[in-house]
Every structure is written in C-alpha cells, then in structure tokens.
Design a protein around this ligand. Structure first.
Ligand SMILES: C[S@@+](CC[C@H](N)C(=O)[O-])C[C@H]1O[C@@H](n2cnc3c(N)ncnc32)[C@H](O)[C@@H]1O
Length: 358
C-alpha cells in the first residue's frame, strides 16, 4: 500500500466505506499525495497527452474563438478570460498569442486561472511569464464583470458518484476494504437512492451502473448563474457522450496505459467520461443560450484548423510539416480525438453570434 492507500484504509476502518466520488477526490486532490498535487502528468514522458499539448493550433483557434465571442458581446473592456484546470498553461499561452492579432481584445483581457494544484500553478507561472494571471481556488472567486471561460479536460477529472441497480432498486456504490487482503473493493450502500439516478436510467435492468458528477453539475450551474448577471460565454471540451446511458466509465491511466482504479491511489490519473446530456439539462433549466455539443473534429474544422495547418506547413521544414499533419489527424481523426471529444458552448441570452456551431 502507498501512503494515500494507507490513509484511505484508515479512514474506511474508522468511519466505514466511502463514496467513489470521495475516493476519486482524494486520489486526485489530496493535498499531499493527490495525483495532480505533486507532478506534471502531461506529455510522452508523463501519463497522457491533452489537445493543447498535441499542437499549438488547438489553443490558437480557441483564442480566436474567444476574440470573436468578445466582439459579439460588444467588445467589453475589461473582460475576464478564465481557464479552469489549465494544466501546464499551454492552451492559455497559445490562445493569448493568437488573441493578440486583435489588439483591442488582447488589451482588454484580464487572465484568471482556476487551479487546485500548487505544483501546476508553478508550471503555469513559468509558461505564462509576462502575462500576470490571477490564480483562484474556485470559480466563485473570479470578480464580477464580462467573462469568457474555457475548460479543456477538466470535467472528466471531477469526482463521480456511481450507483448500481439491485433487485430492489438503485444503491450507491461505495469503496470498502476487503478484510482478507486489505484491498479496496466495491460494495453497495444498504439504503435505496433511486432519486439520485438520472430519470432516463431509473428503469435500466438490474446490474446496470449509473454515473453522476455532482461537482461538474454544480460548476455548470455556477457558470450559467453568472451569465444571468454578467455578459459571458463558456467553452467546455472533454471526452464523453451526448446521451445519458448506463455503464461505468471510471478509469485510471498511468504511462499511457490502463491502470487499476483501486490500486495505488494518487499514482495514476483517474477520470470518467463526461455526460454532456446531464450538463445540458442543467443549462436548459437556467435559460442560457446553448450551442452544441458537437464533435471536436467538426468544431476545429469549423474554426479553420486546416487553413492554420497549411500556414504552419508553408513555413516548416519537411519533418515539421509531417508533425503538423500528424497533429491535425490526432485532433480531428474519428478514431482519435475528433469524435470522442465533444465541445459545448453556452452564453448569456444576448450573445448569440457563437462561432463554429452553425
Ligand atoms: C486533465 S488536466 C487538463 C489540463 C489542461 N486543461 C490541458 O488540456 O492540458 C486537468 C487539470 O485540472 C486541474 N484540476 C483538477 N481538479 C480541479 C478543480 N476541482 N478545480 C480546478 N482545477 C482542477 C488539474 O490540476 C489540471 O490542471
């Protein structure tokens, strides 16, 4: 057992089984041993590669998307540009460089980063030298005023609760300790909780599993509530589904390979597919303008990825030109990130010209 596993085992012995969301939150965010708290997990030498780390084109196109939405908002000055879960800060750096092609937009920007990891904050500080971002622990701390929000591969890292249909109805799955070998194992909570399961899944057959991400739904609600008061738009990009279905998607990844979720917590990334239908349901109840979700490949093509790629290739040596082609394929290929990743935008009711979703 590693330190975090021992800590969680002690907790379970003292207080009883914990929810899957509690386990996931500790595995990713425990202040000392949490996965994101003490490492840079990105890149070939890390555990996984995200779209901004595949190519500068990804962040650049998002920067131009923000500039266009800012114009649609009436070009407010100042405007808060907020990234939630910024990783290495690569997306923000690329977005700001592209955004500077619209000087009034760049001049109006106040950059805010919402990041829970002190280690990654330091990494972001180095990437964004000269930018002067302001860091926050949560979205609620971002000052009022016109706002643009970006979240790439954040929602998949927010803790999910799991429920399982037994013969008598739905029960929450909990993480317990097997007294025989001190390994974590899943058990079902004794009390029924059908009301916590998305209505469209309640009649799924016994054995079915449902996942709900309360932190993700709460964040979407907080963003939408802000757009009720201030002009603003948000862009959420993540891998996931557009229709709610039964099934468990919780997975752990280490060194680009699958890892057992319940072994060595804190040593591997843990994530779950984002259920965009559940996010959209919250937005519908909030009365904001909703755009998408559409597939990432289509979103990037609509924003002119191939034009940008051709520009980069004209200036590149032949090996670098091949890299550009590979990046386009990685970001848009239907068997790569192009189809599995979805893009959802939402905005205050008055901001209706949202590019790339036509
Ligand atoms: C999978 S990484 C994605 C990083 C970056 N957006 C990218 O695409 O390269 C998840 C990021 O979200 C951060 N994070 C995780 N939970 C968070 C939370 N509750 N609030 C803010 N950031 C969080 C992590 O520290 C990390 O920076």
């Amino acid at each position: 057992m590693n330190d975090l596993a021992r800590h969680l085992a002690d907790l379970i012995r003292a207080r009883g089984p914990i929810s899957v969301a509690h386990y996931m939150a500790e595995a990713l965010g425990h202040p000392r041993w949490g996965y994101y708290m003490n490492r840079d997990p990105f890149g070939q030498r890390g555990d996984f590669v995200t779209a901004p780390e595949v190519s500068q084109m990804f962040g650049e196109l998002i920067g131009l998307w923000c500039a266009a939405v800012w114009e649609a908002m009436g070009a407010p000055d100042p405007v808060h540009l907020v990234e939630i879960g910024p990783g290495r800060g690569t997306l923000m750096a690329d977005a700001l460089r592209a955004g500077a092609t619209v000087p009034a937009f760049r001049a109006a920007l106040r950059v805010h980063l919402i990041e829970t990891s002190p280690f990654l904050r330091e990494r972001q500080r180095r990437t964004l030298t000269g930018v002067g971002p302001i860091w926050h622990d949560s979205f609620e701390q971002v000052p009022r005023g016109p706002i643009l929000v970006i979240a790439n591969e954040l929602f998949d890292a927010l803790p999910v609760r799991q429920f399982q249909r037994a013969a008598d109805g739905w029960h929450e799955r909990l993480v317990d300790l097997d007294s025989a070998d001190d390994r974590f194992r899943l058990v079902l909570a004794p009390t029924r909780c059908d009301g916590l399961v998305p209505p469209s899944l309640r009649n799924a057959p016994p054995g079915s599993v449902a996942e709900v991400c309360p932190a993700g739904l709460a964040l979407i609600e907080a963003l939408a509530a802000r757009f009720d008061q201030d002009r603003g738009a948000a862009l959420v990009i993540d891998y996931g589904v557009t229709e709610t279905g039964p099934g468990e998607t919780l997975q752990a990844v280490r060194a680009h390979a699958r890892h057992d979720v319940f072994r060595e917590p804190g040593a591997a990334d843990i994530c779950a597919h984002v259920d965009f239908a559940q996010l959209v349901a919250v937005l519908e109840s909030k009365g904001v303008g909703i755009y998408g979700p559409i597939e990432q490949g289509r979103f990037l093509d609509n924003l002119g990825l191939r034009v940008r790629a051709a520009m980069l290739k004209r200036r590149a040596a032949s090996e670098d030109a091949l890299d550009v082609d590979r990046a386009v394929e990685r970001l848009t290929g239907t068997d790569q990130m192009g189809r599995l990743f979805k893009v959802l935008a939402f905005a205050d009711r008055a901001t209706t010209e949202i590019p790339a979703f036509a």
